[in-house]
Design a protein around this ligand. Sequence first.
Ligand code: FMN
Length: 306
Amino acid sequence: MAQAPDLSVRIAGVPLKNPVMTASGTFGYGREFSLLVDLNRLGGIVVKGLSLEPSRGNPPPRIAETPCGMLNAIGLENVGIEAFAAEKLPYLQTLSTPVWVNIYGKSVEAYARLAERIQEIEGIAGVEVNISCPNVKSGGVAFGVDPQAAHAVIRAVRERTDLPLMAKLSPNVTDITVIARSVVEAGADAVSLINTLTGMAVDVENRRSRIANITGGLSGPAIRPVAVRMVWQAAQAVDVPIVGIGGILTASDALEFLIAGASAVQVGTANFVNPRATLDIIDGIEAYLVRHRFTSLTDVIGSLQW
Ligand SMILES: Cc1cc2nc3c(=O)[nH]c(=O)nc-3n(C[C@H](O)[C@H](O)[C@H](O)COP(=O)(O)O)c2cc1C
C-alpha cells in the first residue's frame, strides 16, 4: 500500500499534525466534546474567547437560525483567564493536540494585561487574538475594522508575550488586505479569518429582532464564499500563514480554503450540526490527497489555478 500522505503543517511556528482546528466559541473548552471526538486527532484546539474577568455575555435570545447559517450574539461569555488556567487547562494539557487560547479585551490595556498573564501560564501553544471586540474608548467600534486600532492591539500583545501569535480578522471591513498587512506589521505570526459577519433577522409577527442584542454575528455555510474570497485576498497580501474560517462543513469546503491559500482551517458552526465534523474533514482531506496523488498537503496549499 502507498504511504499515507503528509497532512502536517506549521502555523506561526507551531507544528500541527493536520490542518483542521476548532474555531473559538464553537467547541467550548475542548473537554465538552471529548466523548464524541478523539481530541488527539485534531490539528489544533482553539478555546472559547477569554477575558481577564469572567463574563456572563448577553441576555437571551442570543442565537437564531437563518438560511444556511445562524446569527449569534453570545456576547463572549466565558469563565475568565484565571478559572481557565485553574479548571480547564489541566485537562487540555493531557492531550497531544496544541491548544490555542483565544483572547479579547475592551481596551488595548486589557489585551496587554491578558497577554502578560498568558505568558506566565504553562501549556499554551499559541494565542489567537480576536480583534472583532468593540473598543469602549472609541464608542464601541471594533478594533478589527480600523487598521490603526488593530495594529495597536497586536503590538501591545506582541510586546508582552513571545508565544506564537495569530490575529483573527473581522470581515466587516471594506478591504481585508489593509487590516491583514497592519497586524502582520505589528508582529502577528499568522492570521485567521473570518470572524462572523454582522447581521440581523426580524420576527415580523412581533416586529422584534430575533436576538435580544438586535444585531448578531452571521456564521455557517452562508458566509463561506465571502470567507474564501477574503482568504484568497489575504494570501496575496501577506507572507505569514493563513488560517481559513467560515462555513466549513465538509472536506471539500476545507479544501476550497486550502487551495485559495490557507495553510490550515478552523471548523465552527459545523460542530453544532455534526460534532464529529472535524474528524470527517480530516479523513476527507486525506482521501482527496490520495485520489489526486499528492504526497503532501503543502502541494495543495495555494494551488489555485488562474
Ligand atoms: C456561538 C458562536 C460563538 C463564537 N464565539 C467566538 C469567540 O468567543 N471568539 C472568537 O474569536 N470567535 C467566536 N466565534 C466565531 C467563530 O470562531 C468563527 O470565526 C465564525 O463562526 C465563522 O466560522 P463558521 O462559519 O465555521 O462558524 C463564535 C461563533 C459562534 C457561532
